[in-house]
Design a protein around this ligand. Sequence first.
Ligand SMILES: Nc1nc2c(ncn2[C@@H]2O[C@H](COP(=O)(O)OP(=O)(O)O)[C@@H](O)[C@H]2O)c(=O)[nH]1
Ligand SMILES: [Mg+2]
Ligand SMILES: [Zn+2]
Length: 325
Amino acid sequence: MSLEALGWNGQWQAKFELVAANGLVPARVVGEHRSHYRVATEAAEVSAGTTGRLRNTVALRSDLPGVGDFVALNLSQGDSPSTIEVVLPRTSALIRKASGTSDPQLLAANIDVVLIVTALGGDFNLQRMKRYLALVQQSGATPVIVVNKSDLKNDVVGATGQIEGIASDVPVHVISARARETIDVLEQYLTGNRTVALLGSSGVGKSTLTNQLLGRNAQATQEVRGYDGRGRHTTTHRQLLVRTQGGAVVDTPGLRGLELWNAAEADVNGFDDIEQLALQCRFSNCQHRTEPDCAVRSAVERGDVDGVRLAEYINSRIARNRSSW
Ligand SMILES: Nc1nc2c(ncn2[C@@H]2O[C@H](COP(=O)(O)OP(=O)(O)O)[C@@H](O)[C@H]2O)c(=O)[nH]1
Ligand SMILES: [Mg+2]
Ligand SMILES: [Zn+2]
């Protein structure tokens, strides 16, 4: 498997040549374990550690290597293990701000497209979808929404309509990961050796879909427990899986922490467009109700912002203020 199939190209080569000292080789991080990484070079997949120098120079934990990173590797010689010397500047970074700590966590780097997977049935939750969207929009990757389990014959039209209401510019695909022919529409996101990550709650079918995209059973899937419609967490460590037909897939474990984000913070993240407009209101403490020169209400009047969303936003701010009293 060549590095090119993993997304290496002239731009990465140029970045590599800027930073890499003699003797280092390019590689991509394909697995992250507790004590070591798995990295793919042009020639082979090897285990690697990090150097003390790298660990000491990063400002944030999320600057350390993670799955998807392209790196400059010092290949093992004799007894000394291979080490990651430099992390090449990322094109995107999926970062979770872990709740309760200020230390951000890198989920995956250099992702081209994130498939935000949701499922019809018990899991469908528009608020959570907004949080995932906010996370992806901040990452630099392109979001695509995948509504899975269409075979369950729930209200597909109603669900996609609701999604389009919160993300009119994001493509929405309704599929069944159990029916291969319905997922062909996702191939377009993997052309050109691109990297796709799957994000979504446990049980929505990410691992099932990953296996379909790979054409092999690389990921364990889990039968859903009856009583709450949720799967158990079977994806234990993050991994970048290479397709023989080119391109790569990152299946993330269900993000419990993301679901535990404090609601106020999450709501604000889901209303980035309104927050952005609010910067142009005449009064910096504008409540977007009756104040003159309110940029947010003007946007609602123009039809650029849905009035119901503005109401939700105002409510979420009231709830937030209350919880900080
Ligand atoms: N009915 C139906 N079940 C599915 C579909 N996709 C996945 N599942 C099932 O949903 C459960 C959870 O799937 P899994 O891929 O492990 O979800 P993950 O936790 O998101 O990785 C498994 O029992 C799958 O067989 C689908 O399209 N339709
Ligand atoms: Mg899974
Ligand atoms: Zn205003």
